[in-house]
Design a protein around this ligand. Sequence first.
Ligand code: FAD
Length: 519
Amino acid sequence: YQRLRLILGDQLNAGHSWYQNVDCDTLYIIAELHQETDYVRHHVQKICAFFSAMEHFANGLRQLDFDVVHLTLDDTVRFNDLPDLLRHYCEQYQIQEFQYQLPDEYRLRRQLADFSRSLAIRYRAVSTEHFFIDDAQLSQHFESGKRHQMEAFYRKMRRRFNVLMQGDEPEGGLWNYDKDNRNKLKPDDLKTVPEPCMFANDVSDILTRLTRHQVQTLGEAQDRLLWPVNSQQSLELLEHFCRFCLPNFGTFQDAMTDKLDPFGEDKQWSLFHSRLSFSLNSKMLSPQEVIDRVVQCYQLNQAQISLSQVEGFVRQILGWREFIRGIYWANMPQYASLNTLQASRTLPDWFWTGKTQMRCLHHAISQSLLFAYAHHIQRLMITGNFCLIAGIDPNQVDAWYLGIYVDAIEWVELPNTRGMSQFADGGIVGSKAYAASGNYVNKMSDYCGDCHYEVREIDTDNACPLNALYWHFMSSNIDKFSANPRTRMVYANWQKKTAEQQTSILEKADQLLRRIDEV
Ligand code: FAD
């Protein structure tokens, strides 16, 4: 072979120009690696999903007559790391040119750039041909350390890629239907939640391999993996979403419930969310094809699917996903160590078990351990909010998020966690800290009614811990937030409390923080 082309586990884009023609001078390599299973403790389903999808991708290429080396942990255990493995294959086949697609993660981009420079042969890094904004164009939109507004970026993207536009104006006259997208699920609405589309991919070999190699994981293992592992299954999931979830996606986007039993007859648990993030982040689906299909379904079926549902979904992919990526690349590597609020507490142990009496946290964490998934508001306003108002060290928060979710890859996990949810970036991603008391949880979910704690109380023995922690957080950071128009009202309410009330609330918060492992 003359050329060696590396395919990383999140580069499973079958539409890439690499695969337009079969070329017998090119060898492709895709490998399970200890450096990838071990850089953080991952959910076992996440590793199974990636490894299985990689194997399917390699087999798919072989069927098209590409020459592919697919290596398992058994084959790669003798190599120290990825460069070591690549050097071996370059030598074995006397390769004259090494090629790779630009990794989306800083860690790997650095590693492969260093490796390439050390080679005595030619090398080339090419685009993954996945995102709307290519790497070369990112710096036109994002500047290091600067606060960017997602809404302004999103409007530019809608215009540039002509999505839901009528000429130069947004379809329907508005850019954003967020105000229609904040409904709680009432008992009658629960009956309309569709059964999720789940697969049953046999990953027993992978599980045995993980045990044989003593890979440390977290979460529930499943012999039959529910996550899609090839583009065909990913497209099925997309079709299921368009048919059953899209008509209500926006309306209940922020809603949360623990009244639907994942082990019940209908197994409902993922509400109206698409669960496409793994397919997108592994690049089995392209964001363009997802948006095209969703917009097409809306155009063909406006009687059932309203504009606010589709716009809400398009905003997540064309807006948030691309925006988050831009923030990551403009600010790495320093972004990974920002800690503006100087948070330093240890993550409570119950984050790894779900064993807390706060029903909202119990549900979000147990579901994450069970399925390697939680939807955006569970991540932002339940687990994220708790860590924010309890002042947990963002390094520990990042490690938890990076490990537990099937879709967690640093480029998208880090700005969402450290930035949006923990405000550790001082407001680069979002203009305010997403801090909330029990009141928000009660508004958006049905958790509080059956909770051990009382959501309307602040400083009594049985008060919802989120309330005192919220006021403690806001009052400790008054210097940082009081000038922000979005939090001015909060401080006005704090000032309305008597000095005794304030003292009692802050004492309650101190008590809670001292025994945070037991709440
Ligand atoms: P849906 O609700 O159906 O949304 C559709 C798609 O929009 C998603 O698949 C995703 O690709 C995209 N999207 C939506 N919101 C965001 C966002 N804020 N950033 C980027 N893309 C978005 N997403 C990840 O893909 N990987 C992560 O590691 C990750 N970590 C997160 C950590 C925190 C603390 C928070 C608050 C959010 C995080 N997100 C992450 C964003 C979001 O929560 C997930 O993309 C979403 O929950 C995935 O589920 P879904 O596919 O059902 O999404």
